[in-house]
Design a protein around this ligand. Sequence first.
Ligand SMILES: Nc1nc2c(c(=O)[nH]1)N[C@H]1C(S)=C(S)[C@@H](COP(=O)(O)O)O[C@H]1N2
Ligand SMILES: [Mo]
Length: 194
Amino acid sequence: MSANQETATRVPPGQTLTQGFPVLHYGSVPYYNDMSLWNFRLFGLVEEEVTLSYQEFIALPRQEFRNDIHCVTTWSKLDNVWEGVAVAEVMKRVKLKPEAKYVMLHAEHGWTTNLPLEDFLKETSLFALKHNGELLTPDHGYPVRMVVPHLYFWKSAKWLRGIEFMASDKPGFWERNGYHMYGNPWKEQRYDFD
Ligand SMILES: Nc1nc2c(c(=O)[nH]1)N[C@H]1C(S)=C(S)[C@@H](COP(=O)(O)O)O[C@H]1N2
Ligand SMILES: [Mo]
């Protein structure tokens, strides 16, 4: 396979490559001036709720991840390098109740997105702190965003503040507004009628 053909196999149907890094979100960008007010909560179907402070979160062991991202508005961006915390690292700190099967990601300003627990726990999912060597900018989700590269990028909540563990699937912000409940880019699960 030529380099071009190989690249083509990495781009899902209906997507176009971009070299830039577009900024997309609903509402305003949060700016933080006192990180002591920031925390990260694991709640819902857990034996005991866990709250991590900013200092505790940034002290978690980090890894480097490389992946491709696919936005439902049809841009894809290959070879992103993220520094972040593996989901498994955070999950060492919480015990789930057996009924937990789905998660709701909770971001600043009440923005949410839902996904199956299994997809959240995938080894490729991460809590990102840096993109291509630089701290996340406010636009891209500072201080922490989720990255779930195998689903459309709207599942990758910016300004993440908590994970809620749930027994059944519930729609998040865009899912209530017509986006697909799962969002597999390889099946073009863009909107709920796809
Ligand atoms: N908190 C929050 N996270 C969000 C969104 C949002 O509106 N609020 N939009 C999602 C959508 S639709 C996309 S495509 C990506 C865009 O991320 P980027 O701006 O870093 O490219 O963020 C996702 N995460
Ligand atoms: Mo999006």
